[in-house]
Design a protein around this ligand. Structure first.
Ligand SMILES: Cc1ncc(COP(=O)(O)O)c(C=O)c1O
Length: 386
């Protein structure tokens, strides 16, 4: 009797979700000793100065709960940064909350603002947490496909799909996985579409500091859409510390109040010494402003190495991802091609079809170039041989 287990009936909230492609490809890369350009994380160290600052704050005894909204020093420096970068004055007490990474901020935003039956527009290919979060909130994802080579938002289709149930539009710029960025025309269209209705914009701007070729990141914070927006950021992407899982969100007070009601019960507060360390580190603007030129060099280096390969590409405008089209090389579906590339050529990437619900396959793979030059050289050498 003691050994007998009786499982209870569970109604899964996400019945069709299996292990993510990022885990699948990373495991395959490890198994076949392939260079892993699949998952988006740097393989070089974070700043020693920043790491030392974390240690200093731990030594000084900053090891207990932070305020739920985040350490005030960090929120103050962020409010200052937002004013300088985006010409938007935000109140650090009421309009900024520090989160356990951007994914948590996205989830909390959706759970706190989306109710049963609400429709949420998502542009695909989409970061993988959006749709499960919408479903867990009881919402209905309404998908609009972005297609290559330019992956522009098809505004006519967006207009057609807006209904009286539309409660939110999720925007992501710079865009993972395509590396595109929005422009003034996109903002204009967004204003026209949301004018006079109750649509909230969730603006995922985690790659705000990875924008290339003298282009400027357009933040929703600098636009008149601010009053209906929750904007989300990740220190992991800026400071090469994805494993610290720390980020923040910015929203007008009435939306932030709703966000915080949920935040206090699923997270309450975020790692205290790291918040203090980042507050100090961000005092030097250079520490975040240098990230775009740094990643531009990486992108340029990777593409230079690939110029004689059979892969086709349009240089990424932002993020630390580059799409490569392989239709000159193979007719295989992208998931199969990505697995073959990992097993036989020892370079792991992510097939783009996994970012579309209908698995739209344009024979395109995503490669992460947030890697040491040595890693990029080895990967490119293998890719050039195909
Ligand atoms: C578009 C996008 N949003 C959000 C995140 C999540 O960021 P974090 O690691 O801070 O949760 C990522 C991470 O890859 C991302 O690419």
């Amino acid at each position: 009797m003691i050994n007998q287990t009786t499982q209870v009936a569970v109604q899964s909230k996400l019945p069709r979700i299996g292990p993510s492609i990022f885990s699948v490809m990373s495991e395959l890369a490890a198994e076949h000793k392939a260079i892993n350009l699949s998952q988006g994380f740097p393989n070089f160290p974070a700043s020693k100065e920043l790491i030392d600052l974390v240690g200093t704050y731990m030594d000084k005894g900053f090891n207990q709960y932070a305020p739920a909204a985040g350490v005030p020093e960090l929120r103050e420096i962020l409010a200052d940064k937002i004013e300088k970068s985006y010409n938007r004055k935000v109140n650090h007490n009421t309009e900024i909350t520090i989160t356990a990474g951007a994914t948590q901020a996205i989830f909390t935003t959706i759970i706190s603002l989306i109710k049963e039956g609400d429709e949420v527009m998502v542009f695909e290919p989409a970061y993988d947490s959006y749709i499960p979060s919408i479903k867990m909130a009881g919402g209905m994802p309404i998908k609009v496909a972005l297609t290559g080579p330019d992956y522009k938002i098809p505004w006519a289709e967006v207009k057609n799909k807006i209904s009286f149930k539309t409660r939110m539009i999720i925007l992501n710029t710079p865009h993972n996985p395509t590396g595109t960025i929005i422009d003034e025309e996109d903002i204009k269209q967004l204003k026209i579409i949301t004018e006079g209705n109750d649509i909230i914009i969730l603006s995922d701007e985690v790659y705000e500091h990875a924008v290339f070729d003298d282009q400027k990141h357009i933040s929703i914070l600098q636009t008149s859409l601010f009053d209906r927006c929750v904007s989300i950021y990740s220190f992991g992407k800026v400071l090469h510390t994805t494993g610290w899982k720390i980020g923040y969100c910015v929203a007008p007070e009435y939306l932030m109040n709703e966000f915080r009601k949920v935040h206090q019960f699923n997270v309450f507060a975020v790692n205290t010494p790291i918040q203090h360390a980042i507050a100090d580190y961000y005092k030097k603007e250079e520490n975040y402003l240098s990230v775009s030129p740094f990643y531009q060099q990486k992108r340029d280096y990777f593409l230079e190495l690939l110029k004689d390969s059979k892969f086709e590409f349009i240089p990424s405008s932002g993020t630390y991802f580059q799409l490569l089209k392989y239709s000159e090389i193979s007719d295989l579906p992208d998931e199969e091609f990505a697995k073959m590339l990992t097993i036989e050529h020892k370079v792991a990437s992510i097939p783009i079809s996994v970012f579309y619900t209908d698995k739209f396959d344009a024979k395109v793979l995503r490669f992460c170039f947030a890697k040491t030059n040595e890693t990029l050289e080895k990967a490119a050498e293998r890719l050039c041989k195909i």
